[in-house]
Design a protein around this ligand. Structure first.
Ligand code: COA
Length: 148
């Protein structure tokens, strides 16, 4: 297994869009739609490769917080993790963790925080993954209950 950062070439864009089509079909995250090239532009992209084939990816970009909140001051630099995905048949082998930890090491000289939002339907597993395994902290959540 190799994890590396890559430029957004035409080939990489094709691979990421194809994986995101599979992700959309999996219907495991509320409101997830496959990417277009425009969604990928401006992001730092990390790939997990097995025998040269892309089996997972993470991408995101640097931002500065606008307003002071209970967890950061205005103007704090952070890396917004837009997407993290591992092909279903490769899950549970530590690839998601490797992608996250590689990204964390690479972006750490440049930003003060990592942030992400998640709409995974498997919310217990995703919170276990990010909080117990990767050391993230919980900030907030939006819940719903259909009553008619
Ligand atoms: C979340 C995801 C990237 C984790 O990748 P992975 O390679 O399986 O991660 P690891 O092997 O490093 O860690 C697996 C852990 O993640 C947890 N997990 C998180 N989300 C999960 C999911 N949707 N399905 C299965 N396990 C999941 C497992 O409980 C497992 O915990 P364990 O090690 O205690 O058994 C992968 O499940 C995935 O691509 N899910 C669909 C897309 C998604 O939800 N992305 C995150 C959006 S914020």
């Amino acid at each position: 297994m190799v994890v590396k950062e890559t430029e957004l070439t035409e080939e990489v864009a094709g691979q990421l869009i194809s994986l995101s089509e599979d992700w959309e079909k999996e219907n495991c995250c509320h409101g997830y739609y496959k990417n277009t090239l425009d969604n990928l532009k401006g992001n730092r992209i990390f790939l997990a490769l097995e025998n040269g084939a892309v089996v997972g990816y993470l991408f995101g970009h640097k931002e500065l917080t606008e307003k002071t909140t209970s967890i950061y001051e205005a103007g704090t630099s952070f890396f917004e993790i837009e997407e993290l995905y591992v092909k279903p048949e490769f899950r549970g082998r530590g690839i998601g963790r490797m992608l996250f930890q590689y990204m964390e090491t690479v972006v750490s000289p440049d930003v003060d925080m990592l942030m992400l939002g998640t709409a995974s339907k498997n919310y217990r597993a995703i919170l276990h993954f990010y909080i117990d395994e990767l050391g993230m902290e919980f900030w907030s959540a939006r819940l719903f209950k259909k009553i008619r």
